[in-house]
Ligand binder design. Sequence first.
Ligand code: CDP
Length: 229
Amino acid sequence: MNKMRKINIAIDGWSSCGKSTMARQLARLLNYVFIDSGAMYRAITLLFIRNQVDLADVRAVEQALQSINLQFQLNAESGNNEIWMNGENVEKEIRTMDVAQRVSDVAALKQVREFAVAQQQQIGQGKGVVMDGRDIGTMVFPDAELKIFMTASEDVRVSRRLKELQQKNQEITVDEVTANLRMRDHIDSTRDVSPLRRAEDAIILDNSNLSPDQQLGMALEWAKQRMAS
Ligand code: CDP
């Protein structure tokens, strides 16, 4: 595999359809860097909540962004890339429902997107990156050699996210998770600045009835084809 060319892989799709899980596994197999772009929007949202930033106040938003330093660092124990904000590991705190309720409004702001996309593009300059999000194939890496657009039925997505949150001891109901996914998908796909949509050259992967291993096998095959060509 070493003789193959390095590529960038863009994975986009609806909320909670397993993008990060697949992207992380794929990056590990290829020895690539995995970047969860959603974690960046969630971390920014966390800071905005803590500092009570008024989203309608453009200057306040700009000032808050100037004070944010985001970094991904490998956790040697788990082997995962975790997000740090201003020197603090916020990986756990960004996954709460409080953040999930507000993140799409924050991510719809032009200044926020410019801030995050610039960093994402810099990370991808040297290739060898698997990044998941909403606008990776359309905006961040429009030239990515492999683009995958993931989707799954709403039932499947809700039950996966519910299980994930319950494992983290968060008290949450099916109705709350369903409402949150619907709200985020609506805001993400209707916002003015780089809305969620499938890039024309993205492969659609519906994983409603696929196991993690099955979907990983398919993505790995596509990646190998692109790396060899
Ligand atoms: O993992 P999940 O599907 O719940 O979402 P996420 O990847 O953690 O992203 C959280 C939110 O960040 C999304 O609902 C979007 O509002 C926003 N986001 C975005 O606008 N653009 C991206 N490239 C990634 C996330």
